[in-house]
Ligand binder design. Sequence first.
Ligand code: FBP
Length: 546
Amino acid sequence: MLHQTSLAKARAAYQPKLPASLSVHSTANKTSLPSNTDAEIQSLFPNTFHLPAVSFSSGTEAAKPAPIVVGVILSGGPAPGGHNVIAGIFDAIKQIHPESSLIGFRNGPEGLLTNNGTEIDAKLLESYRNTGGFDIIGSGRTKLESEQDFLKALETAKSRNLTALVVIGGDDSNSNASKLAEFAASRQAPLTIVGVPKTIDGDLKGEHIETSFGFDTACKVYSDLIGNIQRDAISARKYWHFIKLMGRSASHIGLECALQTHPNITLISEEVAQRQLTLKNIVDDIANTVAQRAANGEKFGTVLIPEGLIEFVPEMGVLIGELNETLAHHGDAFNALADLPAKRAFVAEKLTAPSASLYKSLPDDIANQLILDRDPHGNVQVARIDTQRLLIDLVEARLNDLKSAGTYKGSFAPLPHYFGYEGRCAFPSNFDADYCYTLGFTAALLIREKLTGYICSVRGLTKPAAQWQAGGVPMAQMMNMERRHGKMVPVIKKALVELDSPAFREFEKHRATWAKETSYAFPGAIQYFGPSEVSDTTTITLQLES
Ligand code: FBP
């Protein structure tokens, strides 16, 4: 048994808020959606595409439904609030019928494929309510995507008498949940499949989903840490902090943390790609800001760097693509080489001239990371690259040039940081605790209505929870065709930062001032108690978007 701290005890007693219109007696109202016009998607999802959107309004007790047996999986990286989604499902299905039951499949989709599940009862759930993490049943990154996987999933469902399966995951996991729903429907399998939008990255959102759960808490944790570092920076007045922030591709986390903390520099990967900024452009900009601040007597600063940056820098993207090809085609010869300088020289020889010159210009440890850290498909693991160290090295070199030219005087003392795992399993904020409980409750109602292929959608999230509007939309409607591993496939589109979005425009309005002056904000730790204007408020991104 884990030790229960005072905060854990207090959080265990927290009763998450639900929208006033949401109860097990809520009525499902159906409205037709403006249809996604992609003919290919429509033809790939004949059973689950042409379905209405659903919203739940207050209702009165109708005939008692039969007990339902729900399976649940947690998929991908943890995000604060996952346990509350499970609590919401559990409480709702028990209220629908006290003999309903909930089976948690262990360690992600793998648990469903291998039929490794456990019943989640009131006692087990008790110590997980309002806690962070996915440890109640574990999570995993196994994919549920082939016909064979779908057949195995249906077999497991049958053997456990499941009425429904809830997939708590990101864009990929929900895309696959949608395909499984279509597969089950095409075989008349009596299984309702419902998705729940999860990821700290904040990139599963759009017309129907205002935000994924976990983004709020993770950004608050990182912003607290960044604020603390900034307070240290203005106290010690000697360090430049280069902080890499999690978020595999999209820069939503970096952007939100910038809005919360006002650092001197924030790089946004999507802007780098769109404006075709080179590594040299980025480094020159940072070095100029360091020099300008030094000239004003401020030899300190903060730089936020999104985890996925490197892939968005056009010439680095090309280099990474060429490295993936080279390692795929010459893997044996590469592996046979004994030492790192020989491996680096081997790959450099196979690259085009611009990529070879860029590769050779990189510090050795980064050049090594680019060829050594590969995923199971043999691709470079971009998220593992120490971009914060790479930028420090390059900025330092540039400042030395400026010094030689007489345009910079001063000392540059940089410190690298990486904030990622620190934010994924924090106690969910009140927002995420309430949002997740509502998502779980909504999933149970979609199941009661036998609405398969739906993702839970809760709207009006910047208002008090009592006014939120819960419902669902068919996941197939959120799909588009994308090339994956050389093949066009239907997937839910990943939402990247848009340069005309309200959040980016707000950041753009202030960034020149934040670079020059020291305008740091210190949000402090997440507030779990106190007035709801403070403790329940969600991200600035969401407030600006609404
Ligand atoms: P999901 O997309 O599964 O929510 O995971 C997001 C994430 O936290 C990214 O921000 C990060 O790049 C990645 O997971 C790290 O993955 P892992 O947990 O496998 O190290």
